[in-house]
Design a protein around this ligand. Sequence first.
Ligand SMILES: CC(C)(COP(=O)(O)OP(=O)(O)OC[C@H]1O[C@@H](n2cnc3c(N)ncnc32)[C@H](O)[C@@H]1OP(=O)(O)O)[C@@H](O)C(=O)NCCC(=O)NCCSC(=O)C[C@H](O)C(=O)O
Ligand SMILES: [Mg+2]
Length: 286
Amino acid sequence: MSRPCRSVLYIPAARERAMEKAQSLPADAIIFDLEDAVAPEEKVTARDTLGRALREMEFGTRLRIVRINGFDTEWGKDDAAALAKARAEGVQIDAVLLPKVNQPEDLQALAEVLPGIDLWAMMETAAGMLNAASIASHPALRGMVMGTNDLAKELNARYRADRLPMQAGLGLCLLAAKAHGLTIIDGVYNAFKDDAGLRAECDQGRDMGFDGKTLIHPAQLSVANEAFAPSEAEIDLARRQIEAFDAVLASGGGVAVVDGKIVENLHVVTARATLAKAEAIAAMAE
Ligand SMILES: CC(C)(COP(=O)(O)OP(=O)(O)OC[C@H]1O[C@@H](n2cnc3c(N)ncnc32)[C@H](O)[C@@H]1OP(=O)(O)O)[C@@H](O)C(=O)NCCC(=O)NCCSC(=O)C[C@H](O)C(=O)O
Ligand SMILES: [Mg+2]
């Protein structure tokens, strides 16, 4: 099972204080952002500030992902070169996130500058949605992140609580990610003081199969961590399904019934994954 990624917090790389704070925040992963959260006039100093933070700060088990600027901007190639240099010095960078990926060739261009590193792709353009399957098949790709703000902008879509305009894109990327065994993280919820709205959107994302949610503020962490973790009821059900199925198998049968619903081998696979995820989350908290 891939590591839990319930909460993936963006931190603008220009904000040293926010990066310091992240060392003790309960985020499963951090995206150190050199792209949209950094103003053009701050791009170069933000790259240096991030370099110092990655060298000097301690982020524990949190996955360290760096979002660089696109290669079609004046900063992208220098961002990638700075990361290549840091890695050569032994600095831990778990993945590089490329924005606005339209096609697998965009990832290939980055892979050639940073060979051997895990790549993640921002899925946030109409072309990216249509090419999701071929993007997902890039051999260095490990994760996809939905960029629902850019996607809404490109589609000229309205923001709606049910995210109806987003469903086609979310679904295409989910299918592509799952077909290739990638982690896939849902987009941000912009109203960072609205916990109830965030919870509803997390629940929708979890129902669809997303592994976690990208977040923009520390106050959103606990909501996402809870929504994307197996609940007590799910853990209890998983245990009972496994127990009932084992008993049926021992008596020569192949289908158990729990709470009035059938349990077959495929449900047991899901039940075991639920327990494994709960254990992985517990281990990270130790
Ligand atoms: C939204 C914010 C601008 C709010 O910032 P601020 O006014 O400073 O918030 P607070 O005063 O409430 O902050 C309280 C403390 O928390 C720290 N803090 C704030 N944000 C973060 C963070 N993201 N990570 C870590 N720590 C954070 C503050 O430093 C305060 O700490 P202390 O000093 O101890 O009191 C701000 O939250 C922010 O900038 N958020 C990130 C915005 C961002 O990254 N945007 C880009 C990603 S979204 C996107 O691009 C998605 C995608 O591409 C798409 O297209 O959809
Ligand atoms: Mg974006």
